[in-house]
Design a protein around this ligand. Structure first.
Ligand code: G16
Length: 544
């Protein structure tokens, strides 16, 4: 047999295998879309989708010369019965956007034969050698549907002939970290050891360097949303040591799946603007809430008059930008710091960043994948969504400038050492609640600040975010980083008319990419006005 014949046979065998395995994971009569954070649905509906994601992950790895691709099975902040899946590219970043189309095509291929054909077509269009090696790693959160979906994923990977490793239950950012570690292991700058222990070691060492010679911070109570963040934070806390800091982890029941994100967690606290259940707030102390897969975090505290104050992603971004700028000024190194936000950013935060800190601010569409791409354009790019999803990116040039800097004074040296430790403390692959938690505590300890001092930077405009259930959210199309509606025709003009009547009024509407709902955001000068404004805009769009 000629080499060509042999190769044809291998490919035919792979296609036959895909068809055969696919019969075990029948597609439901439903259209799936790779959205803001991959596929999200009721867990019961995702079997075929996850199987097919396995095929795509194998192709992606083959396309990238066998580099390891990650697959995370999670629905993050969504309710317990939901689940989802997202792909992670070799440097720990989100799947390249041009591939989302293939993910959607695979998920919607309406027969086993057609799926095999889509697979072959993709390999031809993208010039992928189907005999090349493929490597995939995966993990899941604590949802009940996780193990069943992992089985579907393994079938997909086996059908496509990929090698794979199951990392069990991890937070989403831990898997991003592991993917980057694996793919950088043989380079001059390995990112770390590709294990959960490697993650704890990297973060805990950097945290200890930043806190060296500083007083021990007060204990921090963290609401883990009854998700994977609970056990992982406990393990990270052990690596750090109780001589350095104590964490009190509450809402850490991962044995009762129905409790996940229920009346607790970052999304609950941000949208309800109140404390989660299971936490008794003591005035003046700082608290934090994670979401179900620990890629988001928000902080909060009670003032002396029992007023609840939220310190969300905007507040975190402002704190970090201010701190990094101070350190740069102290060191004398000139690097450009920029902040990336979305339309959800509170108007006061954007004003503080541009007018007080004087940092450039870029606004992108929702989705960390969008913010990440904008943040890499700065020497030090701070990106955060208001919902608490974000991180800081140090460009290779910035790291080089810091590493090669020759300090003229102990103060300059301290600033440079702190900046370099921050770059290790921050999970630069993606927003990471645990890494962000340590970063915020480190900054507050350095400044000797409590939550109230942090909160002083600016006062949030009263704001509200509500979900509106509509018949078909896909008719809502936006432009200008989701700040304006272009469809349905005429609706934006009506929103503008309403908004005009409110002091400091602003409102926008967009279709969620993770839930079957519209999101309506508004802000205005007073609490009463913002409630009224949100209600009027929600009323306007509810019948579509
Ligand atoms: C995901 C995305 C975030 C996004 C959030 C809500 O978060 O990763 O970037 O802000 O969904 O998106 P949407 O408004 O489109 O539903 P998570 O924490 O659920 O992965």
């Amino acid at each position: 047999m000629s080499d060509q014949d042999q190769s044809d046979q291998v490919i035919l065998q792979q296609l036959a295998q895909i068809e055969q395995f696919s019969t075990l994971h029948p597609r439901l009569d439903k259209t799936f879309t790779y959205g803001t954070a991959g596929f999200r649905e009721k867990g019961a509906l995702l079997d075929s989708v996850i199987f097919r994601v396995g095929l795509l992950a194998a192709l992606r790895s083959r396309k990238l010369e066998g580099q390891t691709i990650g697959v995370m099975i999670t629905a993050s902040h969504n309710p317990p019965e939901d689940n989802g899946v997202k792909l992670i590219d070799p440097q720990g970043e989100m799947l390249e956007q041009s591939w989302e189309e293939y993910a959607t095509r695979f998920a919607n291929a309406d027969s086993d034969e057609y799926l095999a054909r889509e697979y072959l077509n993709a390999s031809e269009v993208l010039k992928i050698n189907l005999e090349a090696p493929a490597a995939v790693v995966f993990a899941r959160d604590t949802r009940e549907s996780g193990p069943r979906l992992v089985a579907a994923l393994k079938d997909g990977l086996s059908a496509a002939g990929a090698e794979f490793t199951d990392y069990g239950e991890l937070t989403t950012p831990q898997l991003h970290y592991i993917v980057k570690c694996i793919n950088t292991a043989k380079t001059p700058s390995p990112y770390g050891a590709p294990t959960a222990q490697g993650y704890y070691d990297k973060l805990s060492s950097a945290f200890k360097v930043v806190l060296k010679n500083l007083p021990k911070p007060s204990a921090v109570t963290v609401d883990a949303a009854n998700g994977i963040g609970g056990p992982q934070l406990n393990a990270l806390a052990s690596a750090i040591g109780s001589d350095v800091i104590n964490f009190v982890v509450v809402n850490a029941d991962v044995a009762t799946p129905t409790k996940l994100n229920f009346q607790c967690g970052a999304d609950f606290v941000k949208t309800q603007q109140k404390q989660p259940s299971g936490v008794d707030l003591v005035a003046g102390q700082i608290y934090a809430s994670l979401d179900g897969d620990a890629d988001r975090i928000v902080f909060y505290y009670l003032d002396e008059d029992s007023g609840f104050h939220l310190l969300d992603g905007d507040k975190i971004a402002s704190l970090i930008a201010m701190f990094v700028q101070d350190l740069l000024a102290q060191s004398g190194i000139s690097l450009e710091v920029g902040v990336v936000q979305t339309a959800y950013a509170n108007g006061s935060s954007s004003q503080y960043l541009t007018e007080v800190l004087k940092v450039p601010v870029t606004v992108t569409s929702t989705g960390v994948k969008n913010l990440h791409h904008a943040a890499v354009l700065f020497d030090i790019g701070v990106y955060f969504e208001a919902n608490g999803h974000g991180t800081v990116l140090f460009s290779p040039g910035a790291i080089k400038a810091l590493e090669s800097f020759e300090a003229n004074s102990p103060s300059q040296q301290t600033a440079v050492t702190t900046l370099l430790s921050l770059s290790d403390l921050i999970n630069q692959t993606v927003g990471d609640a645990l890494s962000d938690l340590l970063l915020v505590i480190a900054i507050l300890t350095q400044k000797s600040w409590g939550p109230a001092e942090w909160d002083l930077a600016y006062t949030d405009l009263p704001n509200r975010l509500v979900k509106v259930l509509v018949k078909d959210r896909t008719v809502f199309k936006t432009e200008n980083a989701e700040r304006r509606l272009v469809q349905p025709a005429g609706v934006q003009d009506k929103i503008d008319e309403i908004v005009k009547k409110y002091k400091f009024g602003r409102s926008f509407v967009r279709a969620s990419g993770t839930e079957d709902a519209l999101r309506v955001y508004a802000e205005a000068a007073t609490q009463g006005e913002v409630v009224d404004l949100t209600m009027k805009v929600a009323e306007l769009v509810k019948d579509f």
